[in-house]
Design a protein. Structure first.
Length: 223
């Protein structure tokens, strides 16, 4: 069974559970997605399902994509993404995937492109501490400091320095599905997820291990 879908971030909100606790949630428009391709071990060397999400005009696509969609008799889609599956016999081109593949209580991993924040210093980018503001350090309080030290007199690879912050793909794991609205194709995910509003999200069943909660049954004492 495919437990993956492409969605769009709508925004943040909050809901209350049965005990009255406030839960911050992210509202995600999950699907509907259309199967635009099926990958098999015999033909491609691996098993995967290719999903398409979001409408787009043909004039905004190149000729190869236009021919691809026409060949498969599928309406042009803005986003295309492959998801690995063990068996593809239950999938066919043109099949629709909706938010009902998830249910309340499921845990998912969400991958998206983070907000781009431009060029940033080490304090904002790596949470460095500031230098003293005394003894004439008026223009060095947010500086990184020395990058040298004992050993080779060069900047080693991986050294934390100032640079481009954000605008990279990040995966947040083990996020709980609070609620599913099948009719509107909405998912309410506990907490925050990457991407800007209306940004594209790739949602999959979590790879983390979910502990099984066992109910403890108490036996009545004999009188």
């Amino acid at each position: 069974m495919l437990k993956s879908i492409i969605g769009k971030k709508v925004g943040m909100s909050q809901v209350f559970d049965d005990k009255g606790n406030l839960i911050p949630v992210t509202v995600i428009e999950a699907g509907p997605c259309v199967v635009t391709g099926v990958r098999t071990v015999e033909n491609d060397g691996y098993s995967a399902v290719q999903l398409g999400f979001g409408g787009v005009k043909e004039k905004n696509l190149n000729k190869s994509l236009i021919g691809f969609f026409k060949k498969n008799n599928v309406e042009p889609k803005k986003v295309i993404k492959e998801f690995r599956v063990k068996d593809v016999k239950d999938f066919a081109i043109g099949q629709e995937i909706k938010a009902d593949i998830f249910k309340e209580g499921d845990y998912v991993d969400i991958c998206a492109l983070t907000k781009g924040k431009g060029y940033a210093g080490v304090i904002k980018r790596h949470n460095f501490g500031m230098q003293p503001t005394t003894h004439g350090q008026s223009d060095r309080t947010r500086a990184r400091g020395s990058s040298g030290g004992q050993g080779p007199q060069k900047v080693l690879k991986g050294m934390r320095m100032s640079g481009h912050l954000g605008n990279e793909y990040v995966t947040i794991q083990k996020l709980r599905v609070v609620s599913v609205d099948v009719q509107k194709n909405l998912l309410l995910i506990k907490g925050a997820v990457p991407a800007v509003k209306r940004g594209t999200l790739f949602i999959s069943n979590t790879v983390k291990r979910i502990p099984v909660v066992q109910e403890v049954k108490t036996k009545a004492k004999k009188k």
